[in-house]
Ligand binder design. Structure first.
Ligand SMILES: *Cc1c(COP(=O)(O)O)cnc(C)c1O
Length: 379
């Protein structure tokens, strides 16, 4: 089966009791047993719930994996992955990381004795200087946020395997429609389902997909033992959202491309960060690694300070000013004061994250209206 067919059908069977084509919302905490231990595979909904099971199977199929696991948020999923480690272990991670992941690593897991190195992985060979027998995991986000750098997953895997290091990819920005890390040799792919996979800005959820049975069992153990599971209503909403994932992603990519080109030709715009532009430093790698270039676009305006940038952002009417990304509606964000406010100015400016940087999550509206909105806002 190809991607679009899997999005709609994989792991999904008509309900055996009624034939309902949509997976029912099994809003139950427990399951009746005829005799102690005599049950139909379901005992308690932290451990297993039929609506969640269907979603987990569907996600596993989309990521070309064998085991899918859902969590109550993206960070809940990352937390479960980090619990595979023990004190003394080391992790090498990309430097322009999702802020919440950085906070979880440095403020929750570092005090438990896990050591993190944050590297700009655009030259992937840099990990060779840090990888050692204690390095248990490579944590990669690509495309990165908000600078849209592309990290070479295949080469990262080659270096990691030589040292017996696990590779985990945060695939939130790309989604399995654009890239399938397990196919490139990664061990774990993780998602904030909240973003593109859910796609309708109405659910907070996370997921992990792996191929290896032992790893899948260990993560399922952690999912149940730590307990950050999503409810069945949310699983239903995500199953519903996924049915249009491929169509939505196609439109996100189309609109993203048109907007990136428009911004590039705008006299007031300084830099445009979009891997689909020929001038993007990792454009060739993006073409090799991804099916298309996604709907996230960042740009800067010539000579603008924080104040002028804020004024511009207040003018948007179709783009909504807000955190998050990946929904059908277009969003505009200001990384320096919102998602990346906790990073010191001198540090963030080193990677290009200046006060005039604006990040767009390009939605699936009519692109003419989006361009018009940008025209009005930028002037
Ligand atoms: C949002 C996000 C997360 C965290 O997911 P939540 O669902 O908000 O917990 C992790 N990684 C990336 C890239 C994200 O955008």
């Amino acid at each position: 089966m190809k991607f679009g067919t899997k999005a709609i059908h994989a792991g999904i069977e008509p309900d055996p009791s009624t034939g309902a084509i949509m997976t029912p919302i099994f809003q139950t905490s427990t399951y009746v047993q005829s005799s102690p231990g005599d049950h139909k595979g379901y005992e308690y909904s932290r451990t297993q719930n039929p609506t969640r099971t269907v979603l987990q199977r569907n996600l596993a199929a989309l990521e070309e994996g064998n085991h899918g696991l859902c969590f109550s948020s993206g960070l809940g999923a990352t937390d479960a992955i980090l619990k595979l480690l023990k004190p003394g272990d080391e992790v090498i991670s990309t430097s322009d990381l999702y802020g919440g992941t950085f906070r979880l690593f440095t403020q929750v897991f570092e005090p438990y004795g896990i050591k993190f190195h944050f590297l700009d992985m655009q030259d992937i060979n840099c990990i060779k200087d840090y990888i050692n027998p204690k390095t248990r995991m490579l944590w990669i986000e690509t495309p990165t946020n908000p600078m849209m750098n592309i990290i070479d997953i295949t080469r990262a895997v080659v270096i990691a395997k030589r040292h017996g290091t696990m590779v985990a990819i945060d695939n939130t920005f790309a989604t399995p429609y654009l890239q399938q890390p397990l196919d490139m040799g990664a061990d774990i792919t993780m998602h904030s389902i909240t973003k593109y996979i859910g796609g309708h800005s109405d659910v907070v959820m996370g997921a992990i997909v792996v191929r290896d049975d032992e790893l899948g069992e260990r993560l399922a153990f952690i999912q149940n033992a730590s307990g950050a599971v999503p409810g069945p209503q949310d699983c239903f909403l995500v199953l519903r959202g996924i049915k249009t994932l491929h169509i939505r992603m196609q439109r996100h990519c189309e609109n993203g491309k048109v907007i990136a080109e428009y911004l590039k030709s705008h006299p007031k715009v300084d830099k445009v960060y979009y891997p689909g532009l020929k001038g993007h430093p990792n454009h060739d790698l993006a073409r090799f690694q991804m099916r298309d270039f996604g709907g996230m676009v960042s740009f800067t305006i010539k000579g603008y300070d924080m104040n002028k940038t804020f004024k511009t952002m207040e003018k948007f009417k179709v783009f909504s000013l807000g955190e998050s990304l990946g929904g059908v509606e277009s969003l505009v964000g200001h990384p320096a004061s919102m998602t990346h406010a906790s990073i010191p100015k001198s540090e963030r400016e080193k990677v290009g994250l200046v006060d005039s940087l604006i990040r767009l999550s390009v939605g699936i509206e009519d692109v003419d209206d989006l361009i018009h909105d940008l025209e009005e806002a930028i002037g």
